[in-house]
Design a protein around this ligand. Sequence first.
Ligand SMILES: *[C@@H]1O[C@H](CO)[C@@H](O)[C@H](O)[C@H]1NC(C)=O
Ligand SMILES: *[C@@H]1O[C@H](CO)[C@@H](O)[C@H](O)[C@H]1NC(C)=O
Ligand SMILES: *[C@@H]1O[C@H](CO)[C@@H](O)[C@H](O)[C@H]1NC(C)=O
Ligand SMILES: *[C@@H]1O[C@H](CO)[C@@H](O)[C@H](O)[C@H]1NC(C)=O
Ligand SMILES: *[C@@H]1O[C@H](CO)[C@@H](O)[C@H](O)[C@H]1NC(C)=O
Ligand SMILES: *[C@@H]1O[C@H](CO)[C@@H](O)[C@H](O)[C@H]1NC(C)=O
Length: 359
Amino acid sequence: MGFVPLLLLSFLSTLVIPSMAQPSRVKIGALFTYNSTIGRSAKAAIEMAMADVNADPRVLNGSHLDVLMQDTNCSGFLGTIEALQLMENEVVAILGPQSSEIAHIIANVANELNVPLLSFAATDPTLSSLQYRPFFLRTTLSDQFQMSAIADIVSYFGWREVVSIFTDNDYGRGGTISLGDALNGKRMKISYKAAIPPGANQDRISDALVQVNLMESRVYVVHVNPDSGLEIFRAAKNLGMMGSRYVWIVTDWLASVLDSYLQPDSEIMDVIQGVLVLRQHVPDSNLKRAFVSRWNKVNAGIGLNTYGLYAYDSVWLTAYAIDRFLREGDIIAFSSDSKLNNTTGSAINLSSLKLFDRG
Ligand SMILES: *[C@@H]1O[C@H](CO)[C@@H](O)[C@H](O)[C@H]1NC(C)=O
Ligand SMILES: *[C@@H]1O[C@H](CO)[C@@H](O)[C@H](O)[C@H]1NC(C)=O
Ligand SMILES: *[C@@H]1O[C@H](CO)[C@@H](O)[C@H](O)[C@H]1NC(C)=O
Ligand SMILES: *[C@@H]1O[C@H](CO)[C@@H](O)[C@H](O)[C@H]1NC(C)=O
Ligand SMILES: *[C@@H]1O[C@H](CO)[C@@H](O)[C@H](O)[C@H]1NC(C)=O
Ligand SMILES: *[C@@H]1O[C@H](CO)[C@@H](O)[C@H](O)[C@H]1NC(C)=O
């Protein structure tokens, strides 16, 4: 009796082998924070791109592209663990991560396991380092480009010094270093750096701005997280720092926030009155117009920002790459990493990781 299922199984597996070259499904991962300015746009964009790819017979020759999405919820810890979980699920690429902080950590994993990360939102210029090659790919622009543009603006108006106000994380610090380099190249400088801790409350932000207000330079460059950045202008307004004697130059995070609103929000427009905002340029084209009008039909209520566009393109980029990989006769297969041999005794069970209660 015991033989029957065995025979059936081996019969099935011989049937499966000939179609191995064209897998029925191909899995990719996606790693970002759902409840965030960038994440809301990216999620809708990725879903739209998946549907478009799977409906297009010209790409992937019938293989279905699956995306396993994970919500990093603004946490470096969760993002890292979830990246490992995606790798465990044998994904051939990961879209993301959204945050530069997580990118710094998991680029090492990607490079060890040969699984490309296509980050549509990690803009920290230091991620361009060869250290993160070749499996960390940026499908957005490095902040180096907007920092050069800011240096040009500052130089044009003949200001010699600026104050940098930034979130004290990899994104904020990396951007500030890049701004400093761009200014130095034009014999200008950052005269004061005001680092705002991630998640700072109103009091903490006000304290930082009071310090900033004591500085001679009244030219401020604000490079902070889209999800908390407006608090800075609310605090600045309370401190009377939004008047005509002050110059506020803001990186593209604010453009993403504004693009996320379907209608301008009057409270926000009031609080940011007079600031100069940089925005990534996506040239107008028939393709873009058609996309935007389709977006408005499919994603009612969700604003499209530039990172949404990058996320959409990243899915297509991945699909084309996998398509080519398969057409060239490659097979999707995974093998054990010999460097991990000695960890098999521990067989990481994530739910068995414990908090040190009084640590
Ligand atoms: C989303 O984030 C905002 C703060 O950024 C928070 O107030 C809100 O409760 C969050 N919503 C969910 C569903 O987690
Ligand atoms: C996200 O993180 C916040 C605070 O860290 C927490 O309150 C919230 O429950 C988390 N949301 C999800 C969906 O895990
Ligand atoms: C597409 O897949 C079919 C099997 O489903 C296979 O016969 C054919 O050779 C594939 N075409 C290309 C271009 O790989
Ligand atoms: C690791 O294990 C594989 C088989 O699982 C073996 O081929 C390889 O030699 C081992 N490497 C080391 C360094 O022990
Ligand atoms: C694996 O661990 C054993 C002892 O636990 C050690 O002798 C050996 O060198 C280790 N191998 C590698 C590849 O690290
Ligand atoms: C993983 O750890 C949890 C908590 O220690 C335990 O309940 C669970 O059985 C473990 N799972 C496996 C597959 O070992």
